[in-house]
Design a protein around this ligand. Structure first.
Ligand code: FAD
Length: 336
């Protein structure tokens, strides 16, 4: 999303976004639930909000290559190719047996964070029966800069523009359905995806292997204390809808940098102060984004007629009221 891209640019991590990815200029939502009360087809256009794009679709590999290139040029950064096996106080033990101590520990070790587990920072995780199947597709007809979301009863089927005829698929459904789809041949999976895409984009061929990720929501009571802070999925996770996960992680990093800049590092307890200040800065954004994504996801799955009516009514309101639509853009992009 654009605020994250702006941050990456200001931090020197991205020069020209076009060199790394593809602009996301429109989002088209198609209600494919077949329910009694359905939402209207809705198109959100970045131009309407006076922007060239809502955001950019960066491939992880390209972003990581770029981060490594920038990191390797930093004179005061040392990296070790080893895992952490233990955290005790502010001393970590690595897989090569070495031990390292630092006043401030940043846990950026994902959903199953060992760093989090070794502290009093408590996490709450709720697993869904749904999972996400991801792969790259080549389509018969290009989708330009438009992200297409088909909303099915078990979750969205989303095609994200990845340049020319390429799209990245994120298909959320019951785990058993996805495992069965992935277990067959590439041709059978392509035929299933063709049906799901309602044949709107012509023939579909797989351009990568498919992977299935289990889904859950994870939240922490506090993202930092006693000289330890958590960033990224170590502190928050939710289903991949609305492209919020990495964006929220980047806002963690921006706030951590702000906490460090605002703290007097001459003080003996500066790291404890940073962890406390960071936790306070992150609290409302983590709570708000987690709630918005969780509510959106559950509203998609809701079997109750009143909930379906509310969701359909909400999309009608967004379709018809430009002011509301602009507010939704701001929430979706994580503007603060
Ligand atoms: C299907 C899917 C689609 C998504 N799409 C989007 C999207 O479009 N936009 C978006 O913003 N987000 C998206 N997300 C979310 C995004 O992928 C995550 O928010 C992001 O990857 C989290 O990054 P992270 O670095 O916090 O965690 P991770 O990516 O999990 O990285 C954690 C790292 O820590 C390392 N590690 C773990 N334990 C240890 C240890 N003990 N010692 C040393 N290292 C360790 C791991 O090897 C890993 O490299 C998606 C997620 C999924 C599943």
């Amino acid at each position: 999303m654009i605020p994250s891209v702006d941050y990456l640019r200001s931090a020197g991590l991205v020069d020209d976004p076009a060199a790394l990815g593809h602009a996301l200029t429109q989002i088209r939502i198609i209600d494919a639930t077949g329910r009694l009360i359905r939402a209207p087809e809705t198109l959100f256009d970045a131009a309407e909000a006076g922007m060239a794009a809502f955001g950019w679709n960066f491939a992880n590999t390209k972003l990581m290559e770029r981060f490594h290139a920038v990191g390797s040029a930093l004179p005061n950064l040392e990296t070790r190719n080893a895992g952490v096996t233990d955290l005790s106080g502010t001393t970590v033990t690595l897989t090569d047996g070495s031990r390292l101590s630092a006043p401030l520990i940043v846990g950026a070790d994902g959903k199953k964070s060992l760093i989090r587990g070794a502290t009093d920072l408590r996490a709450k995780e709720t697993a869904f029966t749904q999972a996400a199947l991801v792969c790259d597709l080549d389509l018969g007809r290009p989708i330009g800069g438009t992200s297409i979301e088909f909303h099915y009863p078990q979750g969205p089927f989303t095609l994200v523009p990845a340049g020319a005829n390429r799209a990245n698929l994120v298909w959320i459904d019951d785990r058993a359905v996805l495992d069965a789809a992935r277990a067959g041949s590439a041709e059978t999976l392509a035929a299933t995806l063709l049906e799901r895409s309602q044949r709107l984009f012509g023939a579909i061929t797989l351009a990568s292997p498919a992977f299935v990720f289990p889904l859950s929501t994870l939240s922490v009571d506090s993202a930092g204390a006693d000289g330890v802070v958590l960033v990224g999925e170590a502190a928050h996770a939710f289903p991949p809808i609305g492209a919020q996960g990495l964006n929220l992680g980047l806002r963690d990093v921006a706030d951590l940098a702000a906490s460090l800049a605002a703290t007097d590092r001459g003080a003996s307890d500066w790291a404890v102060q940073v962890s406390r200040d960071y936790a306070a800065r992150r609290a409302s954004d983590l709570a708000r984004t987690g709630t918005v994504v969780d509510t959106l996801f559950r509203s998609l799955l809701a079997e109750m007629i009143p909930a379906q009516a509310l969701r359909a009514g909400g999309l009608w309101a967004l379709k018809l009221a430009p002011a509301l639509r602009r507010q939704a853009f701001a929430v979706g992009m994580g503007r603060r």
